[in-house]
Design a protein around this ligand. Structure first.
Ligand SMILES: Nc1ncnc2c1ncn2[C@@H]1O[C@H](COP(=O)(O)OP(=O)(O)O)[C@@H](O)[C@H]1O
Ligand SMILES: [Mg+2]
Length: 253
């Protein structure tokens, strides 16, 4: 009875950084899982649908009568819509688009897609170029943009939206705003999985997320993350600089 263990004391800093570490680890696992699923969908489901498409086309050309031909063509249309849907899912799942296009073009494409799908007017305020940054930070910026634009299309009924990104004072800042309906109640935006997930991701990377919204006055979302340079390219630059220095020393002597 007298041996009641005293609660172990832990400094809040340590606890927070441990939680941050665990969250970062989980997020990494989640991104890897998404990448794996998207690859499988692409390589297996996508390939199978393309084979099916090829066979249906053959059938269409061999159709014995107009009725048969019409039925096969109808199936082809359904299949094409399915393939298109699968492409969208793959693109949403995988931040491969980041590797292929880079962050700025990927954001531009997201905004363009939303504008085309909804008829909303997009305003983009992006730097002409951006220094290579740490992959986790880049993915967080991209995923947050994706979710915020998805929310605009789903909930805002806005006419205009703006995406602003800038790097200053060692920070990356992302602001996405719309002139739509606004988030009506406080509980609304605490219940949703999207915004909660976004906040968790940002906090795990030592960033902050704020939302300003008033009914009928649109919504403004702001994310601030530390700017961390991409280690691999920093190393490349350092190696490059060292080599250049060696070359110039050699020349000088
Ligand atoms: N841009 C926006 N305009 C209006 N309402 C929004 C906007 N973004 C979010 N919301 C509101 O906040 C809620 C929570 O959003 P979110 O966490 O992304 O969940 P979900 O999109 O799955 O509903 C939404 O259901 C919606 O009511
Ligand atoms: Mg959402």
């Amino acid at each position: 009875m007298s041996h009641k263990a005293a609660p172990r004391r832990q400094s809040p800093d340590k606890t927070n950084s441990d939680i941050g570490e665990v969250s970062r680890h989980l997020l990494k696992g989640e991104e890897e899982e998404r990448r794996r699923i998207s690859r499988e969908l692409h390589d297996e489901t996508g390939q199978a649908l393309m084979v099916l498409r090829f066979q249906l086309e053959m059938l269409a050309s061999e159709a014995k009568n107009a009725e048969q031909q019409a039925r096969v063509e109808e199936s082809l249309e359904v299949l094409d819509r399915t393939i298109e849907g699968l492409r969208r899912i793959i693109a949403r799942l995988s931040p491969r688009v980041l590797e292929e296009l880079g962050l700025l073009a990927a954001i531009r494409r997201q905004a363009q897609l939303l504008a085309n799908q909804t008829g909303m007017k997009a305003r983009l305020d992006l730097p002409a170029e951006i220094a290579p940054m740490n992959h986790d930070i880049e993915v967080a910026v991209y995923r947050s943009t994706q979710e915020a634009l998805h929310n605009i299309s789903k909930h805002s009924q806005a006419r205009n939206f703006t995406v602003r990104l800038y790097v200053a004072g060692g920070k990356v800042q992302l602001e996405i705003e719309d002139d739509g309906a606004g988030i009506s109640t406080k509980s609304d935006h605490e219940d949703g999985f999207g915004l909660t997930g976004m906040r968790e991701r940002v906090v795990a990377l030592c960033g902050t997320m704020t939302i300003h919204s008033r009914r009928g006055r649109g919504t403004q979302l702001r994310i601030v993350l530390p700017f961390i340079a991409d280690e691999s390219s920093a190393r490349q630059t350092a190696i490059g600089a060292r080599t250049a220095r060696r070359v110039s020393t050699a020349k000088a002597s």
